[in-house]
Design a protein around this ligand. Structure first.
Ligand code: DP6
Length: 340
C-alpha cells in the first residue's frame, strides 16, 4: 500500500496578449484559437499535494483553511485525471495551496493553481511526464493553466485533440524587459465566470469575424514579441483586448430571469483608466493596456517606465477620496517547477 507521497510545486498565473475566448470542446478545454501569454512574477501559487492511503476523500485547503466547494471539486476532478494516469483510482490526497497575491485581484488563480497542482500531483506519484504532457494535463483543469507550465513568453497551440493542445515557450523570461502593472480597481466577484463567458460568446455575431482576423494578429504579435518591437506588440495586444470585450458585450445571457444583451466586465473606474492610457500615450509614455474577463486593467510598459506609470495611476486614483486601487507589478516569470 502506498502512503504519504508528497510534492510541492510553484507556478505563476499568466497574462494573455492574445486571448483564449471560446472553446471548440468544453470537456477537453480545446480552445477556438491559439493564444500568447507571459507568466507574471507577482502572481505566484505554491501547492503541496500529499497522497495518503488512509484518506477516504480529497481534502483541499487554501492557506490551511477549507476551500470553497467549487474549487475543491475542480481540484478533485484534476486529481482524478492524475489518479487515472497512475492507475491508483482510490488514492486520495491532501492539497494545500497558497496564493502570494490577493484573491479577486483579477489574476487567473485557476491558471497558476491548476499548473502547480498538476505538477505536484504527478510528481508525488512519480509519473514521468514531459513538459508537453504536463501542459496538456494542466489544460484539462483550466484552459489557461497550460500556459503556466513553460517559462516566460508562451504560445498555446490550440490543436484538435487531448494530446496536441498544449503550450510551448516562445522566449525565456529574460528575453525582454517589460512589465505589467495590474491596477485592481474592484475586488467585487465578477458576475459571469470565464468558463461561462467561453460558452456565451458562441452567441456573439462578431465571433466569426474575430476568428477570421486572428491568424494575422497572432503572426504580427508573435513576431513583435520576438523582435522586441514594443509599439507593434502593444497595439496588437490592446486591440485584441478590446475585441474580447466587444465579444463579451455582445454575448446575450440571463441573470436570474432577466435577459441581458451582453456581459460588462468593466466598472466606470476601468473605463477611466483606459481613457487615461490613451492620454498618457499621446503625451509620449509607452504604455498599452489589456484586460481579462474582469475590471482589472493591466498596463504593459518597458520595465524602466514602471515608476512613471505607477505615479500616473496614483495621481488619478487620488482624484476621488474613497477610491482604493491596488497595484501589482510583475515581470516575466519562470515556469512551473518543484521545490523541496
Ligand atoms: C479571459 O482558463 O479561466 O483570462 O478553461 O474554463 O478554466 P477555463 O477558462 P480560463 O479562461 C481564461 C480566459 C481569459 C483569457 C486568457 O487567459 O486567455
Amino acid at each position: 500500500m502506498v502512503s504519504n507521497q508528497q510534492s510541492t510545486a510553484v507556478a505563476y498565473a499568466n497574462l494573455a496578449f492574445i486571448k483564449y475566448w471560446g472553446k471548440a470542446d468544453a470537456t477537453l478545454n480545446l480552445p477556438l484559437n491559439n493564444s500568447i501569454s507571459m507568466n507574471l512574477s507577482a502572481a505566484k501559487t505554491t501547492t503541496t499535494v500529499t497522497f495518503d492511503a488512509t484518506l477516504k476523500q480529497d481534502i483541499v485547503t487554501i492557506d490551511g483553511q477549507p476551500s470553497q466547494s467549487n474549487f475543491s471539486q475542480r481540484v478533485s476532478q484534476q486529481l482524478d485525471r492524475v489518479r487515472l494516469l497512475a492507475k491508483q483510482p482510490q488514492l486520495y490526497a491532501l492539497v494545500d495551496t497558497h496564493n502570494a497575491f490577493p484573491m479577486g485581484a483579477g489574476f487567473a488563480s485557476s491558471a497558476s493553481g491548476m499548473a502547480a497542482l498538476s505538477l505536484a500531483a504527478t510528481s508525488a506519484l512519480t509519473l514521468q511526464l514531459t513538459k508537453v504532457e504536463l501542459s496538456a494535463l494542466a489544460r484539462r483543469g483550466s484552459g489557461s493553466a497550460c500556459r503556466s507550465i513553460p517559462a516566460g513568453f508562451v504560445e498555446w497551440l490550440a490543436g484538435d485533440n487531448d494530446t496536441n493542445s498544449h503550450a510551448i515557450q516562445l522566449a525565456p523570461p529574460n528575453h525582454w524587459d517589460i512589465a505589467d502593472v495590474a491596477v485592481v480597481v474592484s475586488q467585487a466577484e465578477k458576475k459571469v465566470s470565464s468558463t461561462l463567458g467561453h460558452k456565451l460568446v458562441e452567441q456573439s455575431h462578431f465571433l466569426q469575424t474575430r476568428l477570421a482576423h486572428l491568424p494575422n494578429r497572432l503572426d504580427r504579435l508573435r513576431q513583435a514579441l520576438l523582435d522586441q518591437d514594443f509599439e507593434t506588440f502593444g497595439q496588437e495586444t490592446e486591440a485584441e483586448a478590446i475585441t474580447l470585450h466587444a465579444l463579451a458585450m455582445t454575448s446575450p445571457h440571463q441573470t436570474g430571469t432577466a435577459w441581458q444583451s451582453g456581459i460588462y466586465y468593466w466598472t466606470p473606474d476601468t473605463l477611466e483608466l483606459l481613457l487615461a492610457v490613451q492620454s498618457w500615450r499621446a503625451d509620449g509614455l509607452p504604455v498599452y493596456f489589456t484586460l481579462d474577463a474582469g475590471p482589472t486593467v493591466h498596463l504593459l510598459c518597458p520595465a524602466d517606465k514602471v515608476t512613471a506609470i505607477t505615479e500616473a495611476v496614483t495621481m488619478i486614483a487620488r482624484q476621488q477620496p474613497n477610491r482604493h486601487w491596488d497595484m501589482l507589478v510583475s515581470y516575466p516569470a519562470i515556469g512551473a517547477h518543484l521545490i523541496d
